[in-house]
Design a binder for this molecule. Structure first.
Ligand code: SF4
Length: 293
């Protein structure tokens, strides 16, 4: 009989290792394409350095960046998948193990005591986004989100009359304030509508989308491309030192809004756009979606 608990925990540890040491192929490709297009000599050198850094990290299985992030899980669990009630504990244990085994930098600090717990866990951390779906599979995605880019995430509550142009202004305003500090080139997640919390949740989930995908709603896809073009015209460039490549991608998700409000959530992701996704079947088989294992 398969030991599903152990399979999930071991897989989750492996996912954390893969996530922090190997960029998903869509991110590597986006960096390489940006390097080909880039016209600024200094920016070309920086992009070369980022690409080499990512290649060395993968080869030696060492973290791409010293900040291995705050650990966020996205869990889509099939209604026929067993041991649902144990999943939180399993993912927490995996996070503690990965902190030692990978290793990850301990980043979780209790905001009341100001003590670092030393194992990347604490109140509500690792944070888990839950979704119950039909079927007998468990979809797991881990997002180790670095603090330098998280610092520049923003929520705007604009007037409904400002509409989409207002939302675009919010993104550009955020980028102009941040400049090189969140380690561009960036991936920008934008959540429009819902309430304040929903807009930010959608924005963070948006940065998990592969960079080469296209939003199924053509109007949203067009908006993503428009914001990307405008962002790359700002000239901020890799690491804020000038160039054509400020953003690798813009991903937008929308929710219905209250008639009187227009929330715009903006999540900034640095060039080290790390994530790992798998599907675990209830028979114990594991399929990696973002990495070759
Ligand atoms: S913003 Fe990203 S690349 Fe920069 S230090 Fe933080 S995790 Fe590392």
């Amino acid at each position: 009989m398969v030991n599903l608990e152990k399979i999930i925990e071991d897989t989750a540890v492996k996912m954390l290792q893969l996530a922090v040491t190997e960029l998903p192929p869509d991110v590597m490709n986006a960096l390489k394409k940006a390097r080909e297009r880039e016209t600024n000599e200094r920016a070309k050198k920086i992009l070369d350095t980022l690409i080499t850094n990512a290649e060395i990290a993968k080869e030696r299985r060492v973290p791409i960046c010293q900040d291995t992030g705050l650990i966020i899980w996205y869990v889509k669990v099939g209604e026929d998948f067993p041991i649902k009630s144990k999943l939180y504990e399993i993912l927490k244990n995996a996070t503690i193990r990965a902190t030692k085994e990978v290793p990850l930098r301990p980043n979780a600090v209790d905001p009341i005591t100001e003590k670092n717990t030393g194992n990347n866990t604490g109140p509500h951390v690792p944070y888990i986004n839950w979704e119950i779906v039909p079927g007998n599979e468990l979809h797991l995605t881990v997002l180790p989100k670095g603090g330098g880019s998280e610092y520049w995430c923003r929520l705007y509550m604009i007037k409904p009359i400002e509409g989409l142009n207002g939302a675009i202004k919010c993104v550009l305003q955020t980028l102009k304030e941040a400049m090189g500090k969140p380690c561009p080139p960036l991936v920008i997640g934008v959540g429009i509508g819902g309430g304040a919390d929903i807009a930010l949740k959608l924005a963070k989930k948006a940065i998990l989308r592969p960079l080469d995908d296209m939003h199924p709603n053509p109007k949203v896809a067009e908006l993503e491309q428009r914001v990307l073009n405008l962002a790359n015209k700002l000239g901020i460039g890799p690491m804020g030192l000038g160039g054509d490549t400020t953003c690798l991608g813009v991903k937008v998700e929308v929710a219905a809004r209250h008639v009187a409000t227009y929330p715009v959530g903006i999540v900034i992701q640095c060039w080290a756009a790390r994530r790992c996704s798998v599907i675990i079947n209830k028979d114990g088989s594991v399929r990696y979606l973002t990495h070759k294992v």
